[in-house]
Design a protein around this ligand. Structure first.
Ligand SMILES: [Zn+2]
Ligand SMILES: [Zn+2]
Length: 255
C-alpha cells in the first residue's frame, strides 16, 4: 500500500516536473515545426523555419514566426536570451548595436507556384521582399527613405542580420549562418515573385554583380531545378540580393 502511494506520488511529481520543463522550453525555444500541406514540391520543404507551407491555387503559402534559429546580440533582454543571446563576435571594427531587440512577428508569404518573368518589373518594397529558408525576412538594399545601407551595415550582427524598430529581424545581405550550415552555393530562400535566391558561389566560382542582370539574377540549372530557372544570387557588394526590382510578378506578404 505504501509502495503504491509512493509510486503514485512519484508519478505525480514527475508529471509536474515534465510539465514545468515543457512550459519553460516553449517560452525560450525559437525552433519551429513545419506543417507541410499536400502537393508541396520538395524545393519548398527546404524552408525549415516555417510553421506552415501549403499550396493555395497557384501560390505557395509560407507562414513563419520570424525568430532567427541562430544566436544574436539582438536577443539580449528577450525571453529567448538564455539560449539565444550571443555578444557580437564578428569582424566589423565599426560594429554598433542598434537599439532594437528581436520580437516574434507572424508573417504570411504568398508566392507564385509557377514564377514567370513580368512585363514590367515592380520595385521591391521596404520591409520583406522575400523569405529565407530559416523563416527570416529578406529585405532589399535600402534603409528607410531608400537611403543606402551605409550606416545600417554597422548594425548587422555576426550572422548578417538585425531587427528593425518593431523587432522584425531581417537580412539585407548574406545570412552567414545559412551559408555556413548549408553551403555557399545553397538555396537561401525565395523572393516574393517566387524565384529562388542562391548563395554567393556557383560551381565553385564566386558570383559578382558583373555575372548578373540588373535584377541581380540569371538563368542556369541549379541543384533544385536541373532544367534551369531564373534565380537571384547573393553577392558581397551592393545591391547584395536584388537589383532594380522583381524579375517576376510578386506575390504578397502580410504581417
Ligand atoms: Zn535593416
Ligand atoms: Zn546562378
Amino acid at each position: 500500500m505504501k509502495a503504491k502511494l509512493f509510486l503514485a506520488s512519484s508519478i505525480a511529481l514527475l508529471t509536474i516536473i515534465i510539465c514545468a520543463c515543457k512550459k519553460n522550453s516553449s517560452n525560450t525555444d525559437t525552433s519551429t515545426v513545419t506543417n507541410i500541406g499536400a502537393n508541396v514540391p520538395d524545393v519548398y520543404k527546404k524552408i525549415y523555419g516555417a510553421t506552415d507551407i501549403y499550396i493555395e491555387g497557384d501560390f505557395v503559402v509560407i507562414k513563419a514566426k520570424n525568430l532567427p534559429d541562430h544566436k544574436s546580440p539582438y536577443y539580449q533582454g528577450t525571453q529567448w536570451a538564455s539560449t539565444k543571446y550571443e555578444a557580437y563576435n564578428g569582424t566589423n571594427p565599426n560594429w554598433q548595436q542598434n537599439p532594437n531587440t528581436i520580437a516574434e512577428n507572424d508573417a504570411t508569404y504568398k508566392i507564385p507556384l509557377h514564377p514567370a518573368v513580368a512585363a514590367s518589373h515592380a520595385s521591391t518594397p521596404l520591409g520583406a521582399m522575400g523569405v529565407a529558408i530559416n523563416g527570416i525576412a529578406i529585405f532589399n538594399q535600402y534603409a528607410a527613405m531608400r537611403a543606402p545601407l551605409t550606416n545600417e551595415i554597422n548594425g548587422f550582427d555576426q550572422y548578417g542580420g538585425h531587427p528593425q524598430l518593431s523587432g522584425v529581424y531581417h537580412y539585407h545581405a548574406e545570412p552567414f549562418y545559412l551559408t555556413s550550415t548549408k553551403g555557399k552555393d545553397a538555396l537561401i530562400g525565395f523572393l516574393l515573385d517566387g524565384f529562388p535566391v542562391y548563395g554567393p558561389t556557383e560551381n565553385s566560382k564566386t558570383i559578382t554583380n558583373a555575372d548578373l542582370d540588373v535584377y541581380h539574377g540569371h538563368t542556369t540549372a541549379t541543384a533544385d531545378y536541373p532544367n534551369g530557372i531564373y534565380h537571384y544570387h547573393i553577392t558581397s557588394a551592393d545591391p547584395y540580393i536584388n537589383g532594380n526590382g522583381f524579375y517576376g510578378t510578386p506575390g504578397t506578404i502580410s504581417q
